[in-house]
Design a protein around this ligand. Sequence first.
Ligand SMILES: [Zn+2]
Ligand SMILES: [Zn+2]
Length: 402
Amino acid sequence: MELGNLVREARTVEDWIVELRRTIHRKPELMYEEVETSALVRKVLDELGISYEAGIAETGVVATLGDSNGPCVALRADMDALPIHEEADVDFRSEIPGKMHACGHDCHTAMLLGAARMLKSREHEIQGTVKLVFQPAEEGGAGGKRMREHGILRSPQVQRIFGLHVWPLADSGEIASRVGTFLAAASKLSIRIEGKGGHAAMPHLAVDPVVASAKVISDLQSIVSRETDPLSSLVISITSIHGGEAHNVIPEEVTMRGTIRTLTSAHMAEAQSRVREVAERIASANRCRAEVEYPGEDYPPTVNDAECWRLAGDIWKGAYGTESVNESPPIMGGEDFAFYTEEVPGCFVGLGIRNPDQGCTFSVHHPKFKVDESVLPTGSAMHVAFALRSLAELRAGAPGGA
Ligand SMILES: [Zn+2]
Ligand SMILES: [Zn+2]
């Protein structure tokens, strides 16, 4: 089935897909709190007569279609929103102050429900199994890891998995991704610098954690600029710093938070170890004590399988031409789709939604982030194409087959 035909079919249910997206958009829910979103997913699946397992990793849902006789392909959407107050120019703006679907996971969920509807209408043609994965907590909660640990990639064993992310770096009508590492490994970082508080006018009687913290922050950047191969990628960002309350008091301690990004897990382990060492020693040279913590939920790099990205490109080119497939450089953003591709071959694909005519130019995680909704049916069609074409290839003995 050609993508062009599937897109035409998806356009006949475009209003339904867009309405689902807007319903989810109005009621954003943060990680592991996707109660209403999950209930909506289950309601739609019930209406479509698709069976599913719910309550996985709190709010996750996995639906299953097909004759369960043959290969198995999974399609994934995430459901969580962000703690951002929406300022986008749309009339279906978030109704919950301080929460917003600023990463487009509302679109992902609606597109996968669109695919569910299209796949159900041709279920008799599906030789094999299609799993539809609706997961919680992509934004830092490692929901994908918990879904995987629950065993959603097994029984039947998933042979390929695909995920679509609305992508403001590409224009509507384009896709972007690459073979190999597409998105970075990500680690949260917390540092506490402990000194000795005192009067700001008598610093010699105190041990100042503020000055020590300033030195730690600036020296951490030397790990990037002086210790890392310039052709290798490392980001260390301190994103939060807090210490003290008054003009004239040297505080007892300073706390900092941040993130580390690398393109390989080995480089991440090295960077974490050097960050700890540098923070501890700089603090100690300044008579302070540093405690460095990696609070967990680290994401591995998202590594795309060559065959899966080739298939995505082939499908897309068939409808939109060679120029519409962007070979992207790796991006230092993280994505918990990585937990799936650690175990099975797959591909994470950026679905272009940039459209300056509609004001869709802001990046994800921006309070004015806005999506070109005309792309949503295309996303549903692409999911269907991923599933049907992969099942056909796997039945014919393509790599990734049993
Ligand atoms: Zn995000
Ligand atoms: Zn996202």
